[in-house]
Design a protein around this ligand. Structure first.
Ligand code: NAP
Length: 292
């Protein structure tokens, strides 16, 4: 299959490009070749493109950047996916687009399903919801909602906690906001498998398991670091509150952990490991790569 992938300098795009190129011909479309904020660049990119599937993880992912410039956020995260979907529909190309658990308001206390109503509370969430709707206006397309993505492609919260723990620096993390993490290696494997299906509509694509806070993830990490001997003893981790995070100018939803039953059933017998397993695996990899 010829698979075009945007955002290949980002966490998800880089993982997809690497993984999918094992079985497919991948056409990388970084921002330098396909700027979603610039209609001329997007049109030029699409006009010469020949692919079977167009995968779009590119987008403005900083909540604060979206809050500061909601029009730009809407252009990149909302309007551009719509233009891609129109181009794709005219050519019979399937679009796989990436969205977020932040389309939800955060007032749930139970896992959110694909049919639960989306009510975003930030400019980022509103722009991503607009992108979802524009892509799904055409049959055959798939929207993958991911959350708290981590992997070796680009440092995230996980890597920061690991580096601080290794340096013996004080640790702190928000303890009253809950979601589910998504491991890039696992996500790339799921996308590869989904290419062989006709799955369409919305799909929640994070690692399963009990909802967790950033504090809970940090605790799991340092426990694993002690277990494998990277840390001598368990460090204390200060519990922060969402309300106390003055650096957050955009509103963050409190509970956005997503139900993944639909993905599990589409993947059939494929290994679909819980986030704790994916995270401890990643912590071990980080430790090995630091000691190389
Ligand atoms: N990361 C998470 O925790 C998370 C959580 C929920 C949902 N998601 C969704 O998952 C998808 C992938 O996220 P990610 O973690 O890979 O994000 P990321 O690491 O921030 O990467 C974003 C990618 O989008 C590209 N991009 C930004 N503005 C662009 C523009 N105007 N035109 C073309 N490309 C542009 C970036 O290119 P440059 O390198 O040139 O800036 C980068 O390659 C996004 O749709 C995001 O909304 C992510």
């Amino acid at each position: 299959m010829r698979v075009a992938v945007t955002g290949t300098t980002g966490r998800v795009g880089a993982a997809l490009s690497r993984h999918l190129s094992i079985r497919h011909e991948v056409i990388e479309l970084p921002r330098t070749l396909c700027d979603l904020a610039d209609s001329d660049s997007l049109a030029a990119c699409l006009s010469g493109l020949d692919c079977d599937v167009f995968i779009n993880p590119a987008g403005i992912t900083s909540l604060e950047a979206c809050e500061d410039d909601p029009r730009l956020a809407m252009r990149v995260n909302g309007a551009a996916p719509g233009k891609i979907a129109i181009w794709a529909a005219e050519r019979g190309v399937r679009v796989i687009h990436f969205s977020t658990d932040y389309v939800f308001a955060g007032d749930s206390t139970v896992l959110l399903t694909e049919s639960d109503p989306a009510r975003p509370v930030s400019a980022y969430g509103r722009s991503k919801l607009a992108g979802e709707r524009a892509v799904l206006a055409h049959p055959g397309n798939l929207v993958l909602r991911v959350s708290w993505v981590f992997g070796p492609e680009k440092p995230s919260f996980i890597d920061q906690i690991h580096a601080r723990a290794m340096a013996g620096l004080p640790l702190a993390a928000v303890a009253d906001k809950f979601s589910l993490p998504t491991c890039t290696a696992d996500l790339a494997g799921w996308v590869d498998a989904l290419l062989d299906t006709r799955a369409e509509g919305i799909l929640h694509a994070c690692n399963p398991g009990p909802p967790v806070s950033w504090h809970g993830m940090a605790e799991s990490m340092v426990r694993e670091m002690v277990a494998i001997g990277t840390l001598g003893e368990l460090p204390a981790i200060e519990k922060q509150t969402l309300a106390g995070m003055t650096a957050f100018r955009a509103v963050r939803p409190r509970f956005t952990a997503m139900e993944t039953r639909r993905l599990a059933s589409l993947l059939g017998g494929m290994n679909f490991r819980p986030w704790q397993e994916a995270l401890t695996d990643y912590v071990r990899t980080l430790t090995i790569s630091r000691s190389d």
